[in-house]
Design a protein around this ligand. Sequence first.
Ligand code: FES
Length: 306
Amino acid sequence: MTASTKSTPTASSGPAATEAEPSFEDLAERVDRAVEAAAALDGAAGEAAAELQAAIEEVHRVGLRRIVRAMRERPETRELLFTLVDDPVVHLLLSLHGIVRPDPVTHAQQVLTVVRPQLQSHGGDVAFDHVADGVAYVRLEGACNGCSMSAVTLRNLVEEALVAQVPAIHAVEVLPNEPTPTLISVESMFPRAAALPPGWVDGLGTDDVAPGALVAVHLAADDGTGADVVVVNVDNRISAYRNACAHEGLPLDGALLDVAAGTLTCPWHGFCYDATSGECLSAPGAQLEQLPVRVDGDRIWVRVHT
Ligand code: FES
């Protein structure tokens, strides 16, 4: 959009109340067809289509973020925002723009879409099956099967991508065609180094997080990475979580910490968590992303990435 094309926004009268709206499936199919058609364009036409898509998406992303932020900040509009986010079309739109977190199945499939070309370039592939109790079940094909180094490498690629990028997934199990399903724990994939490795941040003083307190803070590591984090103190037990509810990924700044019950309740739709483990008590299998914590003297260190 150039300056010369700008015009003063005016209120639209909107669609007539009786106008039939397309279904969620119709809308999703139309988007899929358009994306497929654009991807099939060659050369300059393909580049122009991609740029048009990116430009429109960026306008929508920025606008939607402003709308959601404004509605979230005002008590009188927050309830309406909750209702809207539960609408499948609105949820799809917001998750496409990274404003709410997609459900674990959608999120896992998005992650596999990204790693799949690398697998296919080595003659392998992966098929997503389902998620249950925080475990993603996948089937591996072609060069991903077997015991060769390359097969193990490709399998690790899938497993690490899912565990690292989908907070609700903490392990991956490979379904047959593997002879024996393999359960991979997060601990075995990320062994602890002897001294503080990269990613640890001297985040807060112990005085900043008194017993019964919940503190939301952005922590930045020396390597430029960072994370929005909530730190809670339950009877002097300090726990840190990525500041994103396992339900929609919305922030937990205003969460209710109930020390007596040992629970943390999300202010958005009421998902209730064990405050010291992050396990969701409202939805089995959901989990806050817990970050490693060390208390050294009067300082609280948090590892914001591995
Ligand atoms: S975002 Fe829905 S309960 Fe937290």
